[in-house]
Design a binder for this molecule. Sequence first.
Ligand code: OSB
Ligand code: MG
Length: 368
Amino acid sequence: MKIEKITLYLVKMELKHPFRTSFGVTKERDILLVSIQSGDKIGWGECVAEHGPWYSGETITSCKHVISEYIIPWLKKNEIEHPNQYPDLIHKIKGNHMAKACVEDAIWDLYGKLEEKSLRDLIGGEKDTIPSGISLGIQQDFGTLLEKIQNAIEQKYKRVKIKIEPGWDVEIVKKIRDQYPNLDLMVDANSAYRLKDEEIFQALDKYNLMMIEQPLQSYDIMDHVKLQKKLSTPICLDESIKSVDDARIAIEYDACKIINVKPSRVGGISETLKIHELADLLKIPLWCGGMLETGIGRAKNVSVASLSTFTLPNDISESARYYTNYLIEPIFKLTKNGTIDVPTKLPGIGVAIKNEEIEKNLKEKIEL
Ligand code: OSB
Ligand code: MG
């Protein structure tokens, strides 16, 4: 792959509604995009880092720094034939998974375009359509949440995930269950609790939840082991799993029974494929998480969720859930069965980039 031009874009995207988790509120997002050109083909990657280091230690600024100062110079010095050679090329860079992943995404997209193959086919994805779940942030009151749940059910989302934090947990779940005894429901704490809060999880254990996502701190694998022993509800890890090695440890010690895979959190598509192989071997169900991506990251996630081990509904909602203007076309729409079709008609991530939308919302552009 002869790489000719690399560009970083910082694009401002307004969210339709503020999204609140236990670590904060997001009202708008500055999104870092990378494009890599070879001949007349351009591959695109979206960085999921947020403004502050709350979900992970990375930020938009740290990603911009690591990409432009370290990743891109190495990429320019060393030609690669296939995207799976990229992780070795940059392996001396520790951490910084989101920075690494967005460049890897662009390389996969470019490779797909050069080879005229969809990302799904390049990685061996098997599905044409993937089950879609919705993630509902913490609301100002229960009535608002109930309305959003009712909407999600009417739209045919295959499961509802609600964010929880101390003070917005057992009572809320109980009230949801009173109304919807059979709803496929789960909760995500984004590490808002400690092991001493185990009674809260024992109380939640009575409500037939599909899983409890990331109850404790991301480095607390052993505490998750202790908590899982006391619960019949499966624990699902998100923030804790940053690599296939983390996944292996968590599974071997029974810290969780399910993994939410975010390709960007684990450092890219290649590492995701390793987790897929491990999950296949050990029969661990996976699903693809989300980070409020625009269409570029969303398209990559949909392709990843087509892998056979991604058996549970994904945090991949339709494009209109978060945004009113779109960087891609066609946008992602929920089918009447609550699924999202995997885009395979165009090569790479399978969607066309709307350059004029990027230009319209552009805050910064850096040619590397
Ligand atoms: O923990 O899964 C999470 C959004 C931002 C940061 C962390 C998380 C989330 C979500 C939203 O739950 C998932 C989505 O993109 O729909
Ligand atoms: Mg999560």
